[in-house]
Structure formats: structure tokens, C-alpha cells
Design a protein around this ligand. Sequence first.
Ligand code: ZN
Ligand code: ZN
Ligand code: FE
Length: 765
Amino acid sequence: MTYIRIKIKVKGLVQGVGFRPFVFNLARSLDLKGFVKNTSAGVVIEIEGKHAGVFLKRLRSEKPELSDVESIDVESIVKENPPRYGRDEFRIVESEDNGSITPVSPDISVCKDCLSELLDPPDRRYLYPFINCTNCGPRYSITRAIPYDRPNTTMLRFRMCHDCSREYHNPEDRRFHAQANSCPLCGPRLDFQSLTPVFKEDEGENPIYSAIKVLKAGGIVALKGLGGFHIACDAENADAVSLLRERKQRINKPFAIMAPDIDTVRGFCYVRDDEAQLMLSRRRPIVLLNKRPDCRLPEEVAPKNRCLGFMLPYTPLHHLLFFYPGEKGTPNFRCLVMTSGNLSEEPIIHENKAAMEGLAGIADAFLLHNRDIFMRVDDSVIRSNVFIRRSRGYVPEAIAIKENGPEVLGVGADLKNTFTLTRDFYAIPSQHIGDMGNFETLKFFEETLENLKKLYRINPVAIAYDMHPGYYSTRWAESQPLEGMRVQHHHAHVASVMAEAGFRNEVIGVVLDGSGYGTDGNIWGSEFLIADLKGFKRLCHFNYMALPGGEMAIREPWRIALGWLQEATGGDALRYIERVGFLNRYGEERIKNVLRLVELPEFTPYSSGAGRLFDAVAAITGIADTNTYEAEAATALESCAAEGITEDYPVDIKFADPMVVDFSFTLLRILEDMTSGTDRSIISARFHNTIITTIIRVVNKLHILTGIRDVVISGGVFQNLYIAERVFERLQVGGFRVHCNRRMPPNDANISLGQAYILRERLRQ
Ligand code: ZN
Ligand code: ZN
Ligand code: FE
């Protein structure tokens, strides 16, 4: 009798997702001998027996739900008699570490099986908030090193009890090799701590119940989650939400909310099928949904915003907050605010001690536990399939890029920052790191960088960074003992899309954002470039606008509006300020001061940032006066745009090198509309249409000049769906191939990917 022995290598997301147990059970069911093992290059399998061929076929067609197989390579086929493995059973052998690449799984929301055990009184894990299995639970956030095995995670300190250990070693069990396996006897525990006597727990009370009591009474609870702390309160209690805003000193920035199930969400917001699917997926991001007109949540949750950011429970603890003590059907809350546990612009807190200290002024009580979070990961945020933030549930997944290339690092920009490492055919973007302007964020940046370098065994040979000399990321990069390359901000935006889409030919790049340092030292941000990976030419931009008082003007956009008014009316702004209500709102004194500032170049920088134009229109129309968080005014402007409006305002495209789009006529027409009492929702729509038409016109001109049909759109403005959807559609109808960010946000979170891709290309030459 002849035995066939096959050696197979499986690559992709195949560790920590139940792949080895799947192989094990398949092999045993076919009476095969041999072994399976995790290596840092993927999963290696050797099988021997009559049905080896059947095995290979089924390996290709079936696979565990959470895995994402990139390749299955047969390394050798040997026919042999006598067989190598004889009577041995098929085995799972110890992991081997051979130094090459494989992804670590992102964290995964609790699965159906675990959830039903969680709420099943006879089960030994009834109400146990750390229940998990091979198909669910923490991954990236607890992993210190590869391969993903228990000693390499923060579960190391918990010794499995007899029952858990039996499950862990039983190939037929759902928890076979589940690295975070635990139970109330042997695993992590909750701990409730109250800071005020008002919210004391009763003797022997379940900590979850203590937390629920605080929330029900309108209190604020800091709870340790999967990737960091959340701060929670009852989202239907307007006083609680206001109190949280006050304590967190967060004026208007929207809070994310968690609801017990999708039907509850539908009571507040419209949910399309694809959105429901995403919310219910194991990645469980926050999804921004349009409010229903009859939505009865307090306005304080997300002031002046058309959207609410909803997510569904993703840890057993979340489910228990809603369903403790386990009666299904009557949740304790319809929705809870679940905002990141951090201090204003600092990163999310992940340690008990830091939380107790840092959040003491915000939370009334703490729901802690003793499973350490090794890597912090914030919740991911998505709006209509566009990433706003890519973190938990997605990171550290690698993005496949086309050609093989060297190991480099892109350090990103300054706000909403990420970094990106590359290796072989992969780019690995970090999770959301945040705004680089403080020490804590920089520390988080360095910790995460060290971790991802280690997990992926990447040792960058060069660093790419922004041209802005004032960015913290730039200064950090320049202090590193590595070859560096400065990459222009908007060129990096374009390249991020090229990396994702995997092409390298010349494109028309349309980048609209808040600001980025230009090659001429000016602040850019409405760029029409002809670009490839080697370089770019700026062929068109929007007219520069005065920012009277610099940063101050960005926080108070009415200042920009005033400067614009002054310019568009040929120095006659004072004639109009009453009509737009500025006189009442700001007073003559302040207005005159700002107009004086405009004349002083040392106090008034100029910017072509498209975001500033949106700011100015929001201010002129009285829709928003301030930016207490990035893009607040622009978001309010989009939120109030009426549907079904097709007209736009005139613009003047000046043909020069580069071309300049002048919006003076737009402003004059907005003023006319305001005088005639046109509703501001219509003015907003007309303004949006003006931007869209301008983009289409300019792209058409650039096409005539260059013959290029590939258009890349990127930059924070494309988070504006009114604009993004219509630009995309109209360019496609016009015969263009349109490319945009699909796996990264369009905002500055993608800068690091673009930088790394450009640098990598330079080194490949
Ligand atoms: Zn599970
Ligand atoms: Zn146990
Ligand atoms: Fe940008």
C-alpha cells in the first residue's frame, strides 16, 4: 500500500482564529497522520495517508469563519512505504518561531455560542464577563509577541483550572487552544470601586450590578474594556450627558453610543442593510447613522449633527451591562454613552491605576478588571463604508500592496495620526494614535511602534515624514538615526490611495483637507495635482484665504468669514456685517480688530485649505461660529444641507500656472440669498454643489491637458458624504476611473501609508 505525504504551508490570517483545531479535526476525520503547527510564517501542515488528496481539496474549500487565507502552497508530495508516521495520531505540535511574517488577528467580538452560555444559568460561565473561545475574544490588545500562544499574552498570569485546561486540550472542544480561555474559578475578575458614598455597592453584590445602579441613577462610570477604558452614562438622561460634557470639558464633540441590539438602534436612526451587517460583524465598529426626525435622544449627545455614532456590545461585559441579571428581552438601558476614557487630546487610558487617577474628576465609579491590556486600541468609526477611524477590530491587519519592497516607516502627520510599517508585500498601518502634540500621545506612538516592529519583525531602513517643520512627528523622525525623506502632505494623501489600489501610473489627484505644508512654505489644502510615486505637479488650487490671528481663526471661523468678506467686497466688509448678523454676535469692536489684523501679515497667515472655506460659509450663514473640535463647523454645515437641490453658485477659475479657483462670486451670491431670506439648508446645499461642480470642471480641464483618466480623491473633506458621493458618481459618469481610500480613512490617518509607499518606491529604484 502506498502512503502519500503532503507538506502544506498556509499563509494569511490563520493564527488565533481556530485554524489548527480545524486542520486537526479534518485530518482525524480522514484518518490521516502527521502534524500541524503555527510558525511565524503561517501554519505548516504535514499529512500522510490515503485521503491526503481529499484533505487538500477540503482545506481549499472549507475554512474557519474568522480566518482569511491568502495562500495555500503545497511544498512537497512524497509517495512512500512504509509511512513516516506509522501509528502516530495526528498532532498539534508546539509553535515554532522562524522569523518571517504573519498577521496577528484583531480583537473579535463575543460569538453567539459564548453569548448563549453567558446568559444560561446552569452554565459554569453564567454571567462570567471574560467568556471567550477559539472564535472570539481579545487578540491584538493582549498579545505581547508572536506566535499567538498563551505565554505571549497578558493571560500568562492566569493558570487554567482543571475544567478549562481540559477544554483547552480537547480537539473536539470549542475552546481547544483558545489562548484566552478562562472561567470564574481561574480567570480574570471584575472589581467595582466607587469614589462617592452616594454610589456604594452592597456587601457581596455583583460588580456589574453595582455599575448598573450608578448608571441608572444618572451617574458616570469608567469601565475597563477591550482596548482601553470607556466612560459611560445613560444616553437617554440629558442631565447625565451634560454632566459628562462638563466634567470631560468636551463642549460639542459627539459621543459614541452603545445600544443592546440593532432594533433599538433603528428606533433612533435609519439603518441600511449594509450598515446593520457591519454593526453586527465581529469587528463591531461605531457606525455613524442618520438620525430619524423623531429621534428622542437628548441633543447633548451629538449637538448640531445629523448623525449619531452607534455601536453594538462587543464584549461579554457590555452584554451584561444591558442584560444583567440575564433576562433576555428587557435590557437595562436602551442606550449608553460609551466615550473613550481619556483626558481631552490624550490617548485612551488602559491601566487601572492611571484610570483611577486620571479619570477621578470625571467618573463617579469604576468597573475594573485584572486582565491587562497590552496594546491600546480605540473603537473604529465608519460612516457609509468610509473609515473615519481604523482601530479595534481592524488593526493589526496588514494591507497587501503590489510589489515586494524594503522595510520602511512612515510617521504620518499631526492630527488623528497613525504610522505605517512596510515589509515584503505588506503595509501595516497602526491603530489610531491621536493628536501628536502631547507627551502621552508620543509615548503611545513609540510603544505601539515598538510592538508592531516586534510582532511583524520589521526593522525599518528609512523613515518618511511630513514637510511641516513644526509637526511633532517630523521632529521625532529627524531625531532618529535613519535615512529620512520628507514627503509633501497632499502627495502623501494621493499615494495612500495608490498604495491601497495598487497602481503606480500618473493620476489626477484631488485632495481637499484642512491644512498641509506646501513646498512653497504656504499652507495648502485644496490641491489638484498630477502625481505618481516619484513626484507631483500642482496644477490648481483654491484661492488663499486670510486666517486673521492664525490658530485663533481656525477655532473661530467667523474671523475667516470676515477676512473673506473683506476681500470679496473689495474692502467693503463693514457694509455687510449687519446683514450676516456679525454685528450682533461679535460687536463692532472685535470686528474692527479682526479687520485690522487682516492688514498685518505677521498675524495673518494665508491658507488654501478647503476646510477653511467650509468654516467661513458655516459662519456667514450662522450655522456654526466655532470649532471646539476639528471640522465641527463643516460637519454642521453638511448636516443642514437640504436634499434635492441642484443649483450652485458661480466661481471664477483663473487660468494661470497653477490655476486658481476664486470663490468671491460665491460669497456675493450667498449674501444675496441671505438677504432674500433663503433657507440656510438651501444655501448650504448650493454651496456644496458649487464645490462639486468646481471639482468636476477642474478635473475635466486637467484631463484635457494631460489625457489622464485615473482620478484619486482623498483628504478629510471627503468624509463629507454629500460631496464624496456626488463627486464619485459624476466623475464616473464622465468616464473617469475614480479611486479613493477604502481601507484607510480619507483624513490625515492615511498620510503615514502614503509616505511609506513613496519612500519604499524610491528605495526600490
Ligand atoms: Zn466564543
Ligand atoms: Zn477555569
Ligand atoms: Fe491632510
